[in-house]
Design a binder for this molecule. Structure first.
Ligand code: AMP
Ligand code: GLY
Length: 420
């Protein structure tokens, strides 16, 4: 088979790495890919928002399965375009991707179908939003309705902070049209977990629960990032809780989407807060998580091509998805200054030595400059190790990280601490 993967991050590197293990795969293409992905796939630079060009590429190369990594092309309807041209694609339709693309859509759907989440109000003016904030008090959470590259959520500890966030989003339009509406939401407390699931329109097969580390510094201090590391399985999601999340959140939302005429096929990501009253939804994403994918896929035993084809074709019922009994830990090495301002173009050393320890080094923000590998983003590498236990996987991941070096490099020293 000929496979095409769209995207360029650590998540896509993990997908390509896993897909390359399938005996069914003859060749993998990636658009645009990255230097790590290039070890397994032929990379081509095409704008991932150019649906015409992507579709033409898939037809010319006779692609049997296209996997869409990031949310932007999903929300823009790339999979609809591919399906109209008879191409097989893994990822939700434009209508279904609204579950991530519009927070108000997701919240209204959860309210209608009694799926546990924070109480909220959708506001279309800053006056309405501020009035609601004053009525509910702080702490409170302000969310831009649309896609804001992971920056549209402000957890405000005071009313003043919340009102300032509303002004920035609605009056100063710092996220453009993504901030025409805001969702003001109850502040939830508890440990977080990510439960991703394979979905074929009806059937839901959850993956192993994972935990991301969003804050930049150890002990969950400092500003939020795209994710500084992850581990799986996350013991906070006990067997009982896993069943409860499937029965009260994942299956109901997939059933609800079908009933609303926007059947969900692809990977559905539930970001959850495990509160005293049980698991509640923080957000849904219409794609795999980053860096959750870098710890979940290395533990997958079943052929990922088979799973993705079953999701696309509505045949997940016929498949048993199996996992390794071990654990995986991924430590992200970030560029100096990330998540605020950071340099690009710093030479990266030690990847081979890191891989020689048995770890997998996923590229997130790298580029080749005159034959030398250099940094090209905030999150540069995701170093993943697998072990029998979370403790041994953690030890192995850090052993590999210690081999890697670039100017300004920083990383958290405590990935997986909650599980140990
Ligand atoms: P998101 O961009 O939706 O993933 O949100 C980023 C982070 O904000 C989450 O990982 C949570 O830590 C936090 N967050 C989002 N919604 C809430 C909420 N309702 N209560 C408390 N924290 C939240
Ligand atoms: N790890 C958070 C996300 O993928 O949205």
């Amino acid at each position: 088979m000929q496979i095409l993967v769209i995207g360029s991050g650590g998540r896509e590197h993990a997908m390509v790495w896993k897909l390359a293990q399938s005996k069914k795969v003859d060749k993998i293409y990636a658009i645009p890919g990255n230097p790590g992905i290039a070890a397994y796939a032929e990379c081509t630079a095409i704008d991932i928002e150019d649906q015409e060009a992507l579709c033409r590429f898939a037809q010319q190369k006779k692609i049997d399965l296209t996997v869409v990594g990031p949310e932007l092309p999903l929300v823009q309807g790339l999979t609809d375009k591919f399906r109209r041209h008879g191409l097989v694609v893994f990822g939700p339709s434009k209508a279904a991707a609204q579950i991530e693309g519009s927070k108000s859509f997701a919240k209204d759907l959860m309210a209608k179908y009694q799926i546990p989440t924070a109480y909220y109000q959708v506001c279309t003016s800053s006056a309405e939003a501020k009035e609601y904030i004053r009525r509910k008090g702080a702490p409170i959470v302000v969310k831009a309705d649309g896609l804001a590259a992971g920056k549209g959520v402000i957890v405000a500890m005071t009313e003043a902070e919340a009102c300032k966030a509303v002004e920035q989003i609605m009056e100063d339009a710092v996220f453009g049209s993504a901030g025409v509406k805001v969702v003001i939401e109850e502040y939830l407390e508890g440990p977080e977990a990510s439960l991703l699931a394979f979905v074929d329109g009806k059937k839901v097969v959850p993956m192993l629960a994972a935990q991301d580390h969003k804050r930049v510094y150890d002990q969950d201090q400092g500003p939020n990032t795209g994710g500084m590391g992850a581990y799986a399985p996350a013991p906070v999601v006990t067997g009982e809780l896993y069943e409860q999340i499937l029965q009260t959140i994942l299956q109901p939302v997939v059933d609800a989407m079908a009933r609303e005429g926007c059947e969900y096929r692809g990977c559905l990501y539930a970001g959850l807060m495990i509160t005293d009253q049980g698991p509640k939804v923080i957000e849904f994403n219409a794609r795999f998580g980053d860096p959750e994918t870098q710890v979940v896929l290395p533990l997958l035993k079943t052929d990922l091509v088979d799973i993705m084809l079953a999701c696309a074709g509505g045949q997940l019922d016929d498949l048993t998805v199996e996992w390794d009994s071990g654990a995986a830990v991924c430590v992200v090495t970030a560029a100096g200054g990330y998540p605020v301002g950071y340099n690009k173009g710093e030479e990266i050393y030690g990847i081979e030595a890191a891989e020689a320890t048995g770890a997998i080094v996923f590229h997130a923000g790298t580029a080749k400059l005159g034959g030398q590998l250099v940094t090209n983003g905030g999150r540069v590498l995701g170093v993943t190790a697998v072990g029998d236990t979370i403790a041994s996987a953690q030890q192995a991941a850090y052993k590999a990280v210690h081999e890697i070096n670039f100017t300004g490099m920083h990383y958290r020293k405590d990935i997986a601490w909650r599980a140990l």
